[in-house]
Ligand binder design. Structure first.
Ligand code: ATP
Ligand code: MG
Length: 311
């Protein structure tokens, strides 16, 4: 037999999402927030998910992690983490997996730090809450290690969150996510609350911290320029559907779907981004979304929208 090649190793699927649909069922209406989404995340891979506000990115992340709250509900599909069917797992097995195997950096996470607790106590709680027992000195060494991994100094440990800048707080959240050495990181707009310069630095920090532990990452964002820097592949979401997916370089060179093109052409500026939040979920989608994705080149998938691929 041939030796295990790099390619064979790359093809290990860490997360497989198939036909996932998530609805918010309310009295007046049902929001089909995620509609038949399929993708795979491979070992050591960074997959970006981009799309305007309301396209279903956070709902997808919450669905994968089984953190949806009512009225949100998975109505179809499957989510597998390695051989484990996440949607079938009971709560206690799921708790074991969360943090130890997955790290979730939620949208606006830096405001989730406890304001009246010193950072070291929050780090300690995170470890002990997940059943990690180790001597104090080893624990401290671990904290120092993850802080250094995000470019922060250990002398921050006795500080309170309000003593830190927004960028530093967000790095603390990233460090916390790394504490248990997760296999999968899901980061939902980890930098959108920061100024433009900190965004870049913090995202680079996250990418480096991920690489150091060989985790796979699903990275959600609006900003195509930032996503381009750290992702291997990109999926473009529109109205709860993936409309295009492919290698990041391919998408930037050769995006086919008009929505992807618009997103790539949009200016990564906070004000411009707000204006870009569109109407998709509030009115009729601008493009037909019902035809299955087509593979237009190896690994490059596009949803037919009724126009030619060269338009
Ligand atoms: N708790 C909820 N109850 C009802 N509808 C919801 C709820 N959360 C989200 N939605 C709806 O589901 C759709 C997808 O929302 P979601 O937050 O997943 O989008 P998003 O792509 O993460 O947007 P953003 O970029 O603003 O974070 C939207 O139409 C939203 O209004
Ligand atoms: Mg969101």
């Amino acid at each position: 037999m041939a030796t295990m090649s790099g390619q064979a190793r790359e093809s290990v699927v860490v997360l497989a999402v198939e036909g996932l649909s998530i609805h918010y069922e309310m009295r007046a209406a049902t929001v089909r927030a995620v509609d038949g989404v399929d993708f795979e995340l491979r070992d050591n891979e960074v997959l970006g998910l981009a799309g305007e506000s309301g396209s279903g990115k956070s709902t997808l992340a919450l669905g994968i992690l089984r953190l949806l709250r009512a009225p949100g509900r998975v109505v179809a599909g499957s989510v597998r983490f390695g051989a484990t069917d996440l949607l079938a797992l009971d709560e206690s097995a799921l708790r074991e997996l969360r943090w130890r195997q997955f790290a979730y950096i939620p949208q606006g996470s830096m405001s989730a730090l406890n304001p009246v607790m010193r950072l070291q106590a929050q780090f300690r709680d995170t470890l002990t809450a997940h059943g990690e027992r180790m001597p104090r000195a080893a624990m401290h060494a671990r904290f120092v290690d993850v802080l250094q991994g995000v470019g922060l100094d250990a002398d921050l440990l006795p500080r309170y969150p309000h003593e830190l800048s927004g960028g530093m707080r967000q790095r603390v959240c990233i460090a916390m996510a790394m504490l248990l050495g997760p296999r999968l990181i899901i980061a939902d707009e980890p930098t959108s609350a920061l100024d433009v310069i900190s965004q870049r630095v913090v995202l680079e920090t996250l990418a480096a911290a991920r690489k150091a532990i060989d985790a796979s990452m699903l990275l959600i964002g609006h900003d195509m320029a930032l996503l381009a820097q750290v992702t291997d592949r990109l999926g473009i979401m529109y109205a709860g559907r993936l409309v295009e997916m492919g290698e990041t370089g391919t998408l930037f060179r050769d995006a086919r779907h008009p929505y992807s093109r618009r997103l790539i052409a949009s200016v990564p500026d906070v004000r411009a981004r707000r204006e870009f939040q569109s109407e998709a979920m509030d009115s009729e989608p601008q493009w037909p979304l019902d035809e299955p994705l087509q593979e237009v080149a190896a690994g490059h998938f596009v949803r037919p929208w009724g126009g030619g691929y060269d338009s």
